[in-house]
Design a protein around this ligand. Structure first.
Ligand SMILES: Nc1nc2c(ncn2[C@@H]2O[C@H](COP(=O)(O)OP(=O)(O)OP(=O)(O)O)[C@@H](O)[C@H]2O)c(=O)[nH]1
Ligand SMILES: [Mg+2]
Length: 401
């Protein structure tokens, strides 16, 4: 009798009396056991099928390593692609980045002995600083935990500084400040700034007229450049080629990392982000710690963590664009004296890869990709390859008991 019919009949109690009357009590018991076992098999089959269709990815890595940018790429290539109504709501984040950028550049004016050229711009700057003081992301309130101590999943939109609407009141004075030849002279020195000008700040300062113009809607490229640190933990779902992906994006700051463990259970794969260009940078939240060394140690901790013992890792060595540029002028051995090679991007990259591989658990399977998370074309191909690997990992996981 087909398995489905037997369990259906039992569930409804149909045919019970007639069949049972013909069987001895022992046979009745064994028949019952068989039915139960088949029903369990059926349930297991269904569960396995469901698990095979639901993939859970945990995105980990230090602050600003590119985790959320990767999620944005998933949304662009396999999600809703940021409908224009939502893009408009991201405008304040762009403005927040510009405000920070103006502060970063003007704070460095004295260091280079530069002054803003026009007296009217100098006045604009005084007014700007009064109305729009710096926003310190690292003092944003951290979201509360659930009653069991686990972090509450947040909706993807993060809060915007209440100052930002004031940008609308002064677009012209901001344009004047940025256009000032003194400001531009200082901006040209940004690679030697003590407090780094972020990629987002540079991008939006370079596009100031466009992004403060009336009716401005951020483009996809603008969205990929927005710097908005993740607070709490955010969950995103994608449906690709008949599979459901549940992707968890966490906050990368050191103080937030103790929350990561709450999401280790049931993970199909961990995607770990490290910023290649961080080799000569300090952590945003802790200036005494080297960014890349922190990534290496964090990667080692995770890949040897007993809760993730059977979890495969995908390592994204990100910000390749910035790394290549930096290797033209900065010596890797200045911060990594262990590096004995020639100061080329290829030699540097190979050294960094080896460092990660040296620190992982020897049995751990790690798939490495070198990425530029802000590049839409490159990421389209990388995401395709990574999803293929993840499907294979998932098959391996769900068929082995
Ligand atoms: N040039 C360049 N910029 C990148 C790259 N990846 C990310 N960025 C930028 O780096 C900044 C930080 O990226 P996020 O994705 O917000 O970093 P995160 O890892 O989510 O950071 P937290 O949420 O603080 O943990 C953003 O402004 C991105 O546009 C890259 O490969 N190249
Ligand atoms: Mg983030």
């Amino acid at each position: 009798m087909p398995r489905g019919i037997l369990s259906k009949q039992n569930a409804r109690g149909v045919g019970k009396t007639t069949t049972q009357a013909l069987l001895s009590p022992k046979m009745q018991r064994s028949k019952g056991a068989l039915a139960r076992s088949r029903s369990i098999d059926h349930q297991l089959d269904e569960e396995r099928e469901l698990r095979q269709k639901e993939i859970q990815l945990l995105i980990l890595g230090g602050a600003s390593s590119g985790k959320s940018t990767f999620i944005k790429q998933l949304r662009i290539h396999h999600g809703d692609g940021f409908p224009s109504r939502e893009r408009a709501t991201l405008r304040p984040h762009v403005h927040e980045n510009i405000v920070e950028g103006i502060h970063t550049v003007t704070e460095h004016l004295p260091q280079f002995n530069i002054t803003l050229q026009s007296p009217s711009t100098q006045n604009y700057l005084i007014e700007f600083k009064k109305k729009l003081p710096r926003i310190n992301h690292f003092h944003h309130p951290v979201h509360e935990n659930g009653s069991d101590g686990s972090p509450i999943l947040e909706r993807p939109a993060s809060p915007v500084s209440p100052m930002v609407p004031r940008v609308k009141e002064m677009p012209n004075s901001m344009i004047e400040i940025i256009r000032d030849s003194g400001f531009q002279k200082c901006l040209a020195e940004h690679k030697t700034f003590e407090r780094q000008l972020t990629v987002a700040e540079k991008h939006f300062l370079d596009n100031i007229e466009r992004v403060v113009s009336k009716g401005y809607i951020p483009t996809l490229q603008d969205i990929l450049y927005i710097r908005k640190p993740t607070t709490g933990v955010q969950e995103h779902t994608f449906h690709v080629n008949g599979l459901n992906y549940r992707v968890i994006d966490v906050a990368g700051q050191r103080s937030q990392r103790k929350k990561w463990i709450h999401f280790f259970d049931g993970v199909t794969a961990v995607i770990f982000f490290a910023s290649l260009s961080g080799f000569n940078e300090a952590l945003e939240e802790e200036h005494s710690i080297n960014n890349l060394r922190d990534s290496l140690i964090t990667f080692q901790d995770l890949s040897t963590n007993s809760f993730l013992e059977k979890t495969d890792f995908i390592l994204f060595l990100n910000k390749e664009d910035l790394f290549k540029e930096k290797m033209q002028t900065v010596q890797l051995k200045d911060t990594f004296s262990e590096f004995k090679g020639e100061n080329t991007p290829e030699a540097g990259l190979s050294f960094i890869k080896q460092e990660f591989m040296r620190l992982k658990r020897s049995s751990k399977q790690v798939y490495t990709h070198v990425t530029t998370a802000t590049n839409m074309d490159v990421m389209k191909t990388i995401i395709r390859d990574v999803l293929q690997i993840i499907v294979e990992i998932n098959l391996k996981k769900t068929t082995v008991f």
